[in-house]
Design a protein around this ligand. Sequence first.
Ligand code: BG6
Length: 476
Amino acid sequence: MQVPENFLWGGAIAAHQAEGAYNTDGKGLSVADVMTAAGNFDERRITNGVKTGEFYPNHEGIDFYHQFPEDIKLFAEMGFKCFRTSIAWSRIFPNGDEEEPNEAGLKFYDRLFDECHKYHIEPVVTLSHFEMPYHLVTEYGGFRSRKVLDCFVHFAQAVITRYQHKVKYWLTFNEINNQTNYDRAFTLFTNSGVQIHEGENAEAVMYQAAHYEVVASAKVVKFAHELNSNLLIGAMVAFSPVYPATDKPDDLLKAQRAMQSRFWFSDVQVEGSYPAWLRKYQAAKQFNLDITDADLAVLKQGQVDYLGFSYYMSFATAARPGEDEFYSYNEATDLVENKYVPKSDWGWQVDPKGLRYALNWMNDRYHLPLFVVENGIGAIDKLTVSHQVHDDYRIKYLRDHIKQMELAINDDGIDVMGYTPWSAIDIVSASTGQLSKRYGFIYVDRDDQGNGSLKRYRKDSFYWYQKVISTRGEKL
Ligand code: BG6
C-alpha cells in the first residue's frame, strides 16, 4: 500500500528537548529549564528557579542549537519532506511580556528554516510546546491569568509575521489536552505554566487556563488567516483513545465521558464553540469561570484548518461503584489496564490498531484533514563498538502503526496530511528528562547525566525509514 504523492513524511522534535543553549543569545528561562531528570516511573521535580547542584537536562539538550545544519542534512538523507519543531517562546520574548522581540532569537529560526528549505524540507512549527517563559509563571501564574493569553498572542503574531514566507504549517498548543490529567503537576506546568496551591480546585484552574488557551488559539488562527491566506493553522491533541473496560453500559458511559473530557479542547478549536455537556458540567460543579460572551464570539472566528495529533498508546477505563450522574472523569485515578495490549518499558500500552481507530474517530467527528505529528516508542538503545544501533523493536512499532495509517488512508478514505514520528533524532524525554528513553532514527552519544560526545550515529531504523519514504510507504 502507498500513500499519496504529496504526503508529508518527516520527523518531529520540540525546541526545549533538543536545542540546549538555554541561556544563549538572550534566551530567557522557560518552564523546561527548571525541571530536573527522573527515572522510568517517577516524576521530574519542578524547582523554584534554577538551583545550583541540580541537573537540568534541557539546558544542553542535544545541542541542536549549534549542530542543526548537520542534523537537517541527516534528515534530508532520510528523505524527509517535512520537519516538525517548535519555536522556543523564551528565545523570542525572554520574559514573555516584553513589547519587542529578541532579534538574535528570531535570527536563529531564520537560519533553521532556511536550512530546511535548502533541502526542500517543509517546516511544521508548534507555537507552544511545553516551553513558556518561566517569568510568566512567577509573575502571573501562567495561563491562569488572562494577561498570559495576550502575551501568547503577541508572541504568535510576531513569529507568524516574521516567518510567514518560510513556514506554512503551524500548530498552536502541543497536546493541549494533556491537562485533562489535572492532578498531575507535570501536565499543568508544561501545558499552562500553572502550579496548584494548597486547597485549590485543580480541575477548575485547569478549565480556566485551557479556556484562555483556546481563546488565544482562535485569535492566532484569525490573525494568521487575515495576514496570509497560504497559512494553515492546526490544533494539536494527544490522541489516546479511552476504551470501555467491558460492555457494561456504565463502562461505556464512563468511556464516552472520558473521551469528551479529553477532546473538548479540539471540539472547541475545530467547531468554534463549547460542547453543551461541558458548560452544564462546569456550572454544576460551580467552577465559576471567566468565560465571557466576547470570548465565545472570538472562538467562532478562529476555527483551525486541520488537526494534528500525537498517537503513542491507548487507554481503558471502567465506571466506579457509585458514579455521579456526570460520570466525572479523573484521569489520575480512572484508568485501568488493558490486558489485550502489551506495554513499553515505561508502561505505555502499545496498540497500533488504536491509530486506525483514532483516525476514523477524528474523521467522523471533525471532517478536517488530519496530521499524525507524533508517533513512536521510547526504548533503551545499545550502541555497538562499530557505532551501529540494531533497533528492530522501533522498526516493528513504526511499521505496525504505519500499516494501520495506510489502511485508514486507502481503505477508509481518510485525508491524512502527513506523518512525523517522534522523534527525528534522540532528544531529552519530556516526561522523564532522560536521554536513555530514546525515540530517534539517529543516536546521540549522551547519557542521562549529561556525559557523552554528542556525536550522531545512524540507527538501523534510519535506513529502514529512508526506504519507507522513498517507496511512499510500500516497503515496510
Ligand atoms: C509527547 C510530547 O507527550 O510525547 C513530546 O509532545 C514528548 O514532547 C513525547 O517527548 C514522548 O514523551 P516522553 O515523555 O517519553 O518524552
